[in-house]
Design a protein around this ligand. Structure first.
Ligand SMILES: Cc1ncc(COP(=O)(O)O)c(C=O)c1O
Length: 470
């Protein structure tokens, strides 16, 4: 006699006589414990009998007992299905919604919200499904069995080569395919950097203030504290950065999050000079640089100082954040440690999506998609700006025509309370103070990429009603 994976049944544990009773008992216990939920299909009798090394009649009779007891239903053609749960004390349910809320992680759109203007989310309805499917078919036609094994933890060679070519062309990156570490979005790249820096004894880095709260929280999780450095309309202030005495800085130079300003040429030079003075490191978060609407984005800092910059990017803002696919191009002196950290985390990023993205980059569909959404987002940004001008005439919009969000600075008020009241009108926005480390003027961060111009006009009107009720 032998055993089955199904409920880990081992026929040798059954009494010599009474196999049927033993099997029915095992099934009953599994139903009572919730291991077999209502709707679960029991294995075909012939199959289970063969796995257990018992006669088929034993399994047929055991199933019949459950049917007789009302625990299962035998339907011709569809096998035997569990119909109800025999009650035993349930395990206390883990409240996932509460856990996610306590961690301040975004859930799906909360109840009562019909206009979610959370920043940083592209138009998910625009995901290029047909192009992705075509690329996936092409990849599956060609992919070898070996391509689906444990590969290089740094990423598939084909994607690394395509990413480097794409970034050299669009972002002036200077790197070889071997310098690219494919990872689960900018977030995983930052997590790996945090682990390596922590391992080197660096427990703090400088970061823009205001800056992405999500990023700060994540770094804190890995034991790295962020020290605030103020920004102005030209980006990060290098004097205060120097004054922190820290050797690492994290910033978003192409389109500062959340203010939308661009790091000005003089500041870039100053920052690069700071980095070159010592063994210093710039973490360049290039999270949304593909979306510049009035001109080409400024080149990435990495191209000016590959040995002082760790460059991070992803497809979260160009395709979908749910893909969890991005890249990290770090100075060569860090790459071995980063690769080891990546290997220790997950042995490498899922191979098939990497190959599909490589195909989209090769066949031009990625770029075509970007062109399409860029034009659409520009119109959406314009609509939101016009709406804000009409309904919030005293708000000041900062930043350049780029990205998926804009910042409306308010003349006065508590932006957290304002965001709460706006939320009661069905509109979800981020108060600027969420992203601040030190107090400053109030504002609302408004993501516009996922809504039509009409809906954005409506959102501006509702925000306007909250700020100046008639
Ligand atoms: C400034 C900034 N950096 C990083 C991220 C995370 O990006 P990813 O999805 O690539 O991990 C976000 C996401 O919204 C962001 O706004």
């Amino acid at each position: 006699m032998s055993g089955s994976d199904f409920l880990q049944l081992r026929a040798e544990q059954a009494p010599a006589k009474g196999l049927t009773g033993w099997l029915a008992g095992g099934l009953r216990t599994a139903i009572a414990a919730g291991r077999l939920a209502p709707g679960a299909r029991l294995p075909a009798t012939r199959l289970l009998a063969a796995e257990l090394g018992v006669s088929r009649g034993v399994v047929v009779q055991a199933y019949q007992r459950l049917v007789d007891e009302g625990l299962a239903d035998a339907r011709t053609g569809s096998g035997t299905v569990v119909t109800r749960t025999a009650s035993i004390a349930p395990r206390p349910a883990a409240d996932r919604r509460r856990t996610l809320h306590e961690l301040r992680l975004p859930l799906s759109t909360p109840d009562g919200i019909d206009l979610n203007l959370s920043p940083g989310v592209p138009d998910l309805a625009a995901f290029p499904r047909a192009a992705w499917l075509r690329a996936e078919r092409a990849v599956l036609d060609r992919v070898t069995a070996a391509d689906l094994g444990y590969g290089d933890p740094g990423g598939t060679p084909r994607l690394r080569a395509e990413v480097v070519a794409w970034l050299a062309r669009t972002r002036a990156i200077r790197a070889d395919a071997d310098d690219v570490l494919v990872c689960g979005g900018v977030a995983q790249g930052q997590a790996l950097l945090a682990q390596v820096l922590k391992g080197r004894g660096e427990a703090a880095m400088a970061a823009e203030d205001p800056g992405s709260r999500g990023t700060r929280d994540q770094l804190r999780h890995w034991g790295v504290r962020t020290e605030p450095v103020p920004i102005d309309e030209h980006g990060l202030l290098v004097g205060p950065l120097r004054a922190t005495g820290l050797d690492t800085v994290l910033l978003t130079p192409a389109h500062q999050f959340p203010t939308g300003v661009v790091l000005a040429p003089d500041r870039r030079r100053e920052l690069l000079a700071w980095a070159r003075e010592g063994n210093r490191l710039i973490l360049e978060d290039d999270y949304d640089a593909e979306h510049r609407y009035d001109r080409a984005p400024v080149a990435a800092l990495q191209g000016s100082a590959p040995e002082r910059v760790a460059y991070l990017g992803s497809i979260s803002k160009s395709l979908a954040p749910g893909m969890r696919l991005g890249w990290l191009i770090a100075p060569r002196g860090m790459q071995a440690e980063l690769l080891a950290a990546k290997h220790a985390s997950d042995l490498g990023t899922s191979a098939l999506p990497q190959l599909v993205l490589a195909e989209l980059l090769t066949n031009g569909d990625y770029e075509r998609h970007l062109r399409t959404v860029r034009a659409r987002q520009r119109a959406r940004r314009d609509a939101l700006l016009a709406g804000l001008r009409a309904h919030l005439p005293r708000a000041r919009v900062r930043g350049v025509a780029a990205g998926l969000h804009l910042l409306a600075e308010l003349p006065s008020g508590d932006d957290v309370a304002i965001a709460e009241r706006v939320r009661a009108e069905g509109v979800l926005v981020h108060p600027l103070s969420w992203h601040r480390l030190r107090p400053g003027p109030p504002g609302l961060v408004l993501g516009y990429a996922a809504h039509s111009p009409d809906r954005l006009t409506e959102a501006a009107a509702r925000i306007g009603r909250v700020l100046s009720p008639r």
